[in-house]
Design a protein around this ligand. Structure first.
Ligand code: ZN
Length: 170
């Protein structure tokens, strides 16, 4: 044995390992994981231009067609002004998973990229204090978010992988 790492080296090593084991933001080569990424998704009979618009539309499905043509930031804005379905809080994660499932089923090139992330932990890291869908790493939030978007993506990744393995086994 050569020598133990210094405390500082060990910290760097741990940080490095953690980075290797996770995707900490949905940008650059992992931008396709973001709900803002442009991608056609047909969901509940309407075709949207990004997952964000598909998701925001579910808050008030009667107005879905208005969302269909919107860019993600516009959809997010409109989503704040609609009349929320009364059970929205109970169903929003299920809707999100349904939309993401549609996104990857309908766009096999993205499904391949999702599967290629292997077992990495997917974290929708952000700086705008979204600690429900993601995890904000500002000094106040300290990266303790619930990361529901990242978790939904990992759940789907596992389900798709099992499905593919199932086919391969037949
Ligand atoms: Zn924050």
């Amino acid at each position: 044995m050569r020598r133990l790492l210094t405390a500082k080296e060990f910290e760097e090593y741990l940080q490095d390992q953690q980075e290797k084991a996770s995707i900490a933001a949905f940008r650059d080569e992992f931008d396709f994981l973001s709900n803002f990424y442009p991608v056609k998704i047909r969901y509940n009979g309407v075709t949207f231009h990004n997952a964000e618009a598909a998701f925001q539309a579910q808050k008030d499905p009667a107005r879905s067609k208005e969302f269909a043509i919107l860019a993600p930031a516009e959809a997010k804005r409109l989503g704040r002004r609609v009349n929320l379905r009364n059970n929205w809080e109970d169903i929003k994660v299920v809707e999100m998973i349904g939309i993401l499932q549609a996104k990857f089923q309908q766009n096999p090139e993205f499904l391949k990229k999702l599967l290629d992330t292997g077992d990495k932990v997917l974290i929708e890291g952000n700086t705008w204090h979204d600690n429900y869908w993601g995890s904000c790493h500002c000094a106040k939030c300290k990266n303790q978010g619930q990361n529901m978007l990242g978790r939904s993506l990992m759940q789907l990744r596992e389900a798709f992988r099992k499905e593919i393995e199932g086919y391969a086994g037949n």
